[in-house]
Design a protein around this ligand. Structure first.
Ligand SMILES: C[S@@+](CC[C@H](N)C(=O)[O-])C[C@H]1O[C@@H](n2cnc3c(N)ncnc32)[C@H](O)[C@@H]1O
Length: 253
C-alpha cells in the first residue's frame, strides 16, 4: 500500500470476499503456489496448510511484516513450506516455478493500468510451470464504468463500513471514493474516526485502483501469452454475466 495505509488498520477492515479462502485453498492442494500481493498474510495459513510450497510476494514493508508474523505463528512444518519475498509483482525473478499463481482480492487493479498489468503478466508467464494456472479475483468494473455517472460517486459522500478496535480505541470507519472515469481510476479513502473523546487521532488509509474493463484485460492476457481464459461471476465458476459486480479469472497458456 506504499505507506498510504497502515497494515494493522488495513487488516481490521479488509477481510476478503466471502468464500475466497476456501476457493484458493482448494486450488492450492498439493501444488506449488505463488501469491502476488500477499498483503498481511490473510490467506497464508489456509494456503500453506494445503500447498506443497508457498511463496508470497509483497512490496509494502508493513504488510510484509504482518505476513511474516502470520507465517511465524504456523506449526513448524507448515511454516517451513512458506517464504515471503519483498518484491514488486511487476518486476521479480525467482529461481523456481509454480503450478498456481494467485492474485486475490483485486490485487491486479493496484498496479497502475494496462501497461503495468502486462509487466506483471510477463513475470507470471516466466514463473508458471507447464500446465499451471493463473487465478485472480477482483471487482468487475464494466457495469459501473458503463452505467454510472461521475455525479453518482461524489467525492465527499462517506459511508460507514466498519467499526473496529485498535490499540484500545474504538473507531468508526468511513469510506469515500473519488472516481476518474476517463482514467479508469478509483481512489478510495478510509477514515478511522475514534469513537470517544480521548488521545486517539483520526487516521486515514488510501487505496488507489486503476481498473481494466473485461475486454481490455482479456487483450492484455492474450498478448502476454495466456491463451485459455475463463471469466466467472463467482467462486463456483458460473460464467460471468454483464451485470455481475465481481469476477474470477482463470487463465492458462
Ligand atoms: C488488495 S491487497 C490483497 C492482499 C491479499 N492477497 C489478500 O487477499 O488479502 C493487494 C496487495 O498487493 C500489494 N501490492 C500492490 N502493488 C504491488 C506491487 N506492485 N508489488 C507487490 N505487491 C503489491 C499491496 O500492498 C497489497 O498488500
Amino acid at each position: 500500500m506504499s505507506g498510504a495505509y497502515d497494515a494493522a488498520l488495513y487488516a481490521l477492515v479488509h477481510r476478503g470476499t466471502e468464500g475466497d479462502e476456501a476457493f484458493y485453498a482448494k486450488l492450492a492442494t498439493g501444488k506449488r503456489v505463488l501469491e502476488l500481493g500477499a498483503g498481511y498474510g490473510r490467506l497464508l495459513p489456509a494456503l500453506t496448510d494445503n500447498a506443497s510450497r508457498y511463496v508470497g510476494i509483497e512490496h509494502d514493508p508493513g504488510m510484509l511484516a504482518a505476513a511474516e508474523r502470520a507465517r511465524l505463528a504456523l506449526p513448524v512444518e507448515q511454516r517451513e513450506r512458506a517464504a515471503l519475498v519483498r518484491a514488486d509483482m511487476r518486476d521479480f525473478a525467482l529461481q523456481e516455478e509454480f503450478d498456481r499463481i494467485l492474485i486475490p482480492h483485486s490485487g491486479l487493479w493496484c498496479l497502475g493500468g494496462a501497461t503495468e498489468v502486462a509487466r506483471c503478466l510477463d513475470r507470471v508467464l516466466a514463473h508458471l510451470a507447464e500446465g499451471g494456472l493463473l487465478i485472480l479475483d477482483t471487482y468487475h468494473a464494466d457495469p459501473f464504468h458503463e452505467h454510472s455517472l461521475p455525479e453518482d460517486v461524489p467525492d465527499d459522500r462517506e459511508e460507514l463500513v466498519a467499526e473496529v478496535e485498535h490499540a484500545g480505541t474504538r473507531y468508526q470507519v468511513f469510506e469515500r471514493s473519488s472516481w476518474d472515469r476517463d482514467a479508469q481510476r478509483m481512489v478510495v479513502t478510509y477514515r478511522y474516526a475514534p469513537d470517544a473523546e480521548g488521545e486517539a487521532e483520526v487516521r486515514e488509509g488510501v487505496i488507489v485502483h486503476s481498473y481494466l474493463l473485461c475486454d481490455e484485460l482479456a487483450t492484455v492476457m492474450v498478448n502476454a501469452g495466456l491463451e485459455s481464459l475463463r471469466f466467472a461471476g463467482d467462486f463456483a465458476g458460473t460464467p460471468l454475466d454483464d451485470d455481475d459486480d465481481f469476477m474470477v479469472v482463470v487463465a492458462a497458456r
